[in-house]
Design a protein around this ligand. Structure first.
Ligand SMILES: Cc1cc2nc3c(=O)[nH]c(=O)nc-3n(C[C@H](O)[C@H](O)[C@H](O)COP(=O)(O)OP(=O)(O)OC[C@H]3O[C@@H](n4cnc5c(N)ncnc54)[C@H](O)[C@@H]3O)c2cc1C
Length: 374
């Protein structure tokens, strides 16, 4: 039997960042994962950190997105100082392109950024072409989002793991949690085939697999995987900023690697990376940056975004079980929302007041009548 103050089930970016936060506050913490930690969606993602949110209209969500973006510089620096590992968090800016088939259709999106007081700059004609002579041939209008940042997520995970270990967090890998023992309205322990883990409080941060724990706890938790595929090429010289066009994007790393994403498929946990999709993504990249056409694919992969039915995060106490906190459903934004989520989940675990309005994210919303949903 392993015992600690807090048991965290699922060691992706959400579980690890929360473990670090709790360990810094003096808690004993165990993170349990069914495989090596930090190898699922959090590793697979592109690491974009927008300065706000335009795709989900919930005001509560925007509040989290803006707060998290503001927390990132300090969060990254803190983990860097603790571990000596540089996660390459930096503010690179993004150029937002109109849809290829409707160049005029970008105004609403930008108006939305403005309502969030997020800085944007209109780039037109020569000004756009001068942004970089290598890109945007034939394009006349785009917007620059100077506040867009990125993190090299595999490095960030490496840093979080090292930081957790340094602060005494027990990381238990290859322990798939299959059973939960509930007594009255409290969870007493969670068990794998080999080991039982008991604690005062439990966090469920199992990403796209979280729904399974809903079943074990008899809590409605409709979180499903949305598969996303990514392609990586090595550019001869680094590319300066992120480019986004609808749900497609180019994310350049500092060493010249370029991530080309992404797709959305509801195919369960099917890990197939489709040759046709790789081609489509390459074509998209080459439409902006023609040199990509000649470059070999260095690597391609997919990951499973954890998505609740309403596409909003699920953050809060599990209905009817007082010592279980759920932290999942981050969908396309788990990396960008990780600092704010770690703060919220650790405050909840420590019984502190949370400084954010969590109404839109309450786990019990799925058991309420549909009209009550966000
Ligand atoms: C292609 C792609 C691009 C993305 N791009 C971005 C981006 O640019 N910016 C952004 O902010 N977000 C992005 N995301 C989303 C982001 O990656 C996710 O929202 C985030 O990683 C979710 O983190 P998590 O910790 O909840 O889940 P995960 O990282 O999936 O971790 C869940 C963990 O739970 C473990 N687990 C599951 N079942 C069990 C069990 N029974 N017992 C024990 N452990 C278990 C798993 O092994 C895993 O380690 C992207 C995602 C994808 C797929």
């Amino acid at each position: 039997m392993t015992t600690s103050d807090v048991i965290i089930v699922g060691g992706g970016v959400i579980g690890l960042a929360t473990a670090l936060e709790l360990a810094e506050q003096g808690c004993t913490v165990t993170v349990v994962d069914r495989q090596a930690v930090g190898r699922e969606s959090s590793w697979a993602g592109a690491g974009m950190i927008p300065p706000g949110e335009i795709h989900l209209a919930s005001p509560g969500y925007r509040q989290l997105a803006i707060a998290s973006s503001a927390l990132w510089p300090e969060f990254s620096a803190r983990v860097h100082e603790l571990t000596g590992i540089d996660d390459e968090y930096h503010n690179c800016g993004a150029v937002i392109l109109p849809p290829a088939d409707d160049p005029a259709a970008i105004g609403d999106e930008i108006a939305d950024w403005h309502t969030q007081q997020i800085e944007t700059q209109l780039l037109e004609g020569d000004q756009l072409r001068q942004t970089s002579s290598r890109f945007f041939k034939g394009l006349d209008r785009a917007y620059l989002l100077p506040g867009q940042a990125q993190v090299r997520n595999p490095r960030h995970l490496k840093a979080l793991i090292a930081g957790c270990r340094k602060l005494g967090v027990q990381i238990r890998e290859d322990e798939s949690i299959e059973r939960m023992t509930v007594q009255g309205n409290r969870l007493v322990s969670v068990s794998s085939e080999h080991e039982e883990f008991s604690g005062d409080r439990f966090l469920i941060t199992a990403g796209a697999w979280s729904g399974f724990f809903g079943e074990l706890l008899n809590v409605t938790l409709p979180v499903a995987p949305v598969r996303g595929q990514l392609v990586m090429v090595q550019l001869p010289e680094p590319f300066p900023f992120i480019v986004e066009q609808g749900k497609r994007y180019l994310v350049p790393r500092l060493d010249g690697r370029l991530l080309i994403g992404s797709t959305e498929s509801l195919v369960g946990f099917d890990r197939t990376v489709e040759p046709d999709t790789i081609e489509v993504l390459q074509e998209f990249a080459a439409s902006i940056l023609p040199e990509v056409e000649r470059l070999p694919v260095e690597r391609s992969w997919c990951g499973f975004r954890p998505a609740a039915t309403d596409r909003l995060p699920v953050l809060g106490q599990a209905p009817g079980i007082e010592n279980v906190i759920i932290g999942t459903g981050h969908y396309r934004a788990g990396l960008s929302l990780c600092p704010v989520t770690a703060r919220i989940l650790s405050d909840l675990a420590l019984g502190r007041d949370v400084e954010f309005d969590l109404h839109d994210f309450r786990p019990e919303r799925f058991a309420e009548p549909v009209a009550e949903h966000v």
